[in-house]
Design a protein around this ligand. Structure first.
Ligand code: NAD
Length: 480
């Protein structure tokens, strides 16, 4: 059985315990034993990152470019293999896994360039003879805590900007998907990162994650995960001495509005892809399909037909459209929400059944509810599975009001052929990302990513904008 260790201070080190990583498409398939760190390893990793910071933060940007570019080249060259690693441990289809691995490679290439593009400003002072400079500096040791649903892309979009702008890192990946981050850290280590710049401590959130958050030498925390964990992390960052900078990317209850004038095929594709691909396990998944009366019945019929054609099976098998749910506890959560939806009076129009396949795995047929109201729990709480509900509305105005009536605000979409409604929706949606005739999930990597309300807190991630989090501004005054 392969054994995977933590990376601390440039050395691969064993931990006192290990945990088994299981393939959700086939629970008989054990991927390997992964080190389970403790607070001791977290402390050592922070100490190593702290020691590496002075030199790395002042390193030549050409050196940072070269390392990030080398990592990008290797990720892209190995995208099929890395995609397979990812799909095997997370359960998204191989095509999705390979696409995500390629995305990680693109992100490293983008941020390699960003290492060379950091600029400052000089402005005239309001005082005679004084010059003012505004520059950006690295913030220090950044703790990163990542979720299981994008095992390589999310770590990549945190690690790459942090390194590009001179920070050092301690990362704790989600317990369910350590292999992808392990592979990424191995690539970066071999790409020439000095010892201690990037440290990997696998282990439980309540143990390793908590130790990173509580550590006084960690300057900032970048977290992606659920709202509950995020809220606790933000409170701990504010309470710590000194206070920590914090960035949270959390859940969603993303609306897809379908208007009478929408192209039916486009609307069905947006809904099928946005709600059910990647097993619905995306923070940007469309879980509320808000449909106007005139197209409602045709849309539901066409979407149902599309869902009937989707193959739910082993993530690594050719022809699979939807892989398994990630684990038993997520499957229990999905099934409990299907039950809640029924009891609340929504109609389970299609799917929602447990499925058996060749190997034992967590297979669930996509579930489409109709006759939903926006007050139901399945319309208000994040399920994080292949479960979506249709809410019938009378007009565009009602659709917009329902779309915005949520505690979340990550992504929102509209399908319409009417420029007036498309423009109005772009301006008036209370989400961080708005899609017109596109699925709510699926974004570019060179522009900001993030939401409003309960979905995000702190500066956005990705693109050049990521420097709002990964650098701090200094204002210097000089008497000439
Ligand atoms: P989670 O909150 O359970 O776990 C996220 C990470 O936090 C894991 O690494 C976990 O080990 C760690 N953690 C748990 N308890 C901790 C603690 N007490 N202290 C420190 N760390 C702790 O979330 P998850 O189930 O892994 O991921 C699913 C969630 O992530 C969903 O809500 C989804 O919407 C969200 N998500 C958001 C985005 C986004 O960018 N907005 C992207 C992907 C996923």
């Amino acid at each position: 059985m392969p054994v995977f260790q933590n990376l601390i201070g440039g050395e691969w080190v064993a931990a006192s315990s290990a945990s088994r990583n299981i393939n959700p498409s086939n629970t008989n398939d054990v991927i390997g034993e992964f080190a389970q760190g403790s607070a001791v390893e977290a402390d050592r990793a922070v100490a190593a990152a702290k020691a590496a910071f002075p030199e790395w933060s002042r390193s030549n940007p050409q050196m940072r470019y070269d390392i990030l570019k080398k990592a990008s080249d290797e990720i892209l060259a190995r995208k099929d293999e890395l995609g397979r690693i990812l799909s095997r441990e997370e359960g998204k289809t191989l095509a999705e896994g390979i696409g995500e691995a390629a995305r990680a490679g693109q992100i490293f290439a983008f941020f390699a360039g960003e290492a060379l593009r950091l600029t400052g400003e000089t402005v005239p002072s309001v005082r005679p003879g004084v010059g003012v400079e505004m520059t950006r500096e690295a913030i220090g040791v950044v703790g990163m805590i990542t979720p299981w649903n994008f095992p390589i892309a999310i770590p990549a979009w945190k690690i790459a900007p942090a390194l590009a702008w001179g920070n050092t890192i301690v990362i704790k990946p989600a317990d369910l998907v350590p292999h992808s981050v392990w592979a990424l850290c191995d690539i970066l280590d071999r790409a020439g990162l000095p010892k201690g710049v990037l440290n990997l401590v696998m282990g439980r959130g309540s143990v390793v994650g908590q130790a990173i958050i509580d550590h006084k030498d960690v300057a900032a925390i970048s977290f992606t995960g659920s709202v509950g964990t995020g809220r606790r992390i933000a409170a701990a960052c504010v309470a710590s001495v000194p206070m920590k900078k914090v960035q949270l990317e959390m859940g969603g209850k993303n609306p897809l509005v379908v208007l009478d004038d929408a192209d039916l095929k486009t609307a069905v594709e947006c809904a099928a892809n946005g709600a059910f691909f990647s097993t619905g396990q995306r923070c940007t998944a469309s879980s509320r399909l808000i449909v106007t009366e005139g197209i409602h019945d045709a849309f539901v019929a066409a979407l149902t037909e599309r869902l009937q054609g989707l193959v739910v099976d082993d993530a690594l098998k050719a022809g699979t459209h939807i892989g398994p749910v990630v684990d038993q506890s997520q499957l229990d959560q999905d099934e409990s929400y299907i039950d809640i939806g029924r009891k609340e009076g929504a109609k389970l129009h299609w799917g929602g059944e447990r499925l058996n396949r060749e190997n034992p795995g967590f297979y669930l047929q996509p579930a489409l509810f109709t006759e939903c109201t926006n007050a139901m729990r399945i319309s208000r709480e994040e399920v994080f599975g292949p479960v979506a509900g249709v809410i019938r509305v009378k007009s565009y105005d009602e659709a917009l009001a329902v779309a915005n009536d949520t505690d979340f605000g990550l992504s929102a979409g509209i399908c319409t052929a009417n420029l007036k409604y498309a423009s109005h929706f772009k301006r008036n949606s209370e989400a961080g990302m708005v899609m017109v005739n596109l699925p709510t999930a699926g974004v570019d990597y060179h522009v900001p990513f993030g939401g409003r309300k309960g979905s995000s807190y702190g500066p956005r991630e990705q693109g050049a904008y990521a420097k709002e989090f990964y650098t701090t501004v200094k204002t210097a005054y000089t008497l000439a």
